[in-house]
Design a binder for this molecule. Structure first.
Ligand code: PGA
Length: 260
């Protein structure tokens, strides 16, 4: 894992956008795994800027989102379909037919989840997966105790996640209890993982993910199993890391390190 501590949320967003943009430039038909939540908003703003000002071309890109609330129609303002349209897709030249967000209104979820997994495989797998992290250490909606081998499926949200996400709804009772989410096993198959976190409220989860044991109790710790995981955090989110100085030292030494 590479831990990159950024001086601000803006720097973090620019750094992650730079990694995504390099992948899209090197492989114009790249498959991007995308996330929702407040954390990737700065990344999406920067990608939109790069599209508008630098001509970053998304016309051949395919996208797969991590998750969706069960029961919300795609035009519901808190659905992740709506989020992605408003915060990224409608501002860049991605073909809407190539954007995939799990359905929150499928008739048969067993079949639908298998189909979603198959679609990812048919596209050759995800080249780079963007991830946030929940206060309870979840990635996507893989709440504590999710199998680290799990696949796309229905997951019941924890009380903490419902509380965390209540800020986006009129009232807590409106937050859906169920989600459809890629599994940890699905996520680990992406060729590169970029986990983003900012703010002191993520510091415990970030420390558990990076320095704790690999555990289903903190599904973000599964990144320790991935050969190409990058974790971008701001100073506040880095606040509880024991080896912080070492991670910073690695970054300062990087230009002189032997090529790998
Ligand atoms: P946030 O959510 O970006 O809104 O903090 C992250 C998550 O729950 O995965």
């Amino acid at each position: 894992m590479e831990v990159i501590i950024c001086s601000s949320y803006e720097e973090l967003s620019r750094a992650v956008a730079g990694v995504v943009a390099d992948i899209v430039r090197a492989k114009p038909d790249a498959v991007l795994g995308l996330a929702t939540g407040s954390t990737p908003l700065g990344l999406y703003k920067e990608l939109i800027r790069m599209h508008k000002e630098d001509g970053l071309d998304f016309s051949k890109v395919t996208t797969f989102n991590l998750d969706e609330y069960v029961g919300l129609q795609p035009d519901h303002e808190q659905s992740y379909h709506y989020f992605m349209r408003e915060n990224l897709f409608k501002h860049i030249n991605v073909d809407p037919a190539n954007t995939n967000v799990p359905s929150g209104t499928a008739e048969n979820y067993d079949e639908y989840c298998q189909q979603y997994e198959q679609q990812i495989k048919d596209c050759g797998g995800i080249d780079v997966q963007v991830l946030g992290i929940g206060g309870d250490g979840h990635i996507a909606f893989n709440e504590p105790c999710s199998s680290l081998a799990s696949r796309t499926r229905i997951k019941t949200l924890t009380e903490q996640t419902i509380d965390d996400n209540a800020r986006f709804f009129d009232k807590k009772e409106d937050v859906p209890i169920f989600s459809i989410t890629m599994g940890v096993g699905t996520i680990l198959e992406a060729k590169k993982l970029l986990l983003l976190a900012n703010g002191a409220n993520k510091a415990d989860a970030v420390a558990a993910a990076i320095e704790g044991p690999v555990s289903a109790m903190c599904t973000a710790s599964a990144l320790q199993l991935h050969p190409h995981g990058m974790i971008f955090i701001d100073a506040e989110a880095a606040g509880k890391l024991k080896m912080r100085e070492y991670y910073e030292w690695i970054q300062t030494q990087k230009p002189t390190a032997p090529a790998s």
